[in-house]
Design a protein around this ligand. Structure first.
Ligand code: HEC
Length: 129
């Protein structure tokens, strides 16, 4: 009985320890998720602009510019040199650069530039997320 209790206690302590270590590891580098959440925030704003058919040119351009600059953080922040991953990041940057340069002023124009951007997010997520 005593042995069984000791084994159980050991297991519980082990589990608590593992959870703590995992938390510390993910807190040590919150940047990858922070960058993704920032991208998600601005993409969300653009999607709701499209849904509500309220495509204010100035607001749109702000979100596109924030997406463009945030996307340049992906590669350094994820700290990987895996060529295929950085290719995905570059593809996103290219599409965002095109979107910013297009400076859409209508919902139709916004939808056209957002589509390839969303596809770039998805293709990387399908593989690496
Ligand atoms: C080059 C690859 C790549 C591209 C491009 C990319 N992501 Fe991600 N994204 C990831 C990876 C990897 C994760 C998982 C990160 C993790 O769990 O630490 C992720 C996770 C996320 C998450 C969830 C974050 C969390 O806390 O779980 C959101 C939201 C997100 N991405 C939004 C976007 C949006 C929006 C775009 C496009 C504008 C985008 N991402 C483009 C690789 C990418």
């Amino acid at each position: 009985m005593r042995t069984a209790l000791m084994i159980l206690l050991g297991l519980v302590i082990g589990i608590i320890g593992t959870v703590n270590v995992m938390n510390v590891l993910s807190e040590r580098n919150p940047m990858p998720k922070a960058v993704m959440h920032t991208l998600g925030h601005h993409m969300g704003a653009l999607k709701s602009a499209l849904e509500n058919k309220q495509c204010d040119a100035t607001k749109i351009q702000h979100h596109l510019a924030r997406l463009e600059s945030t996307a340049t953080d992906i590669t350094p922040v994820f700290g990987t040199e895996v060529a295929d991953f950085t290719d995905h990041a570059h593809q996103l940057q290219d599409h965002l650069q095109q979107a910013v340069q297009a400076a859409p002023t209508t919902c139709a124009a916004l939808a056209a530039v957002v589509k390839p951007v969303g596809e770039s997010c998805k293709s990387c997520h399908d593989k690496y997320r």
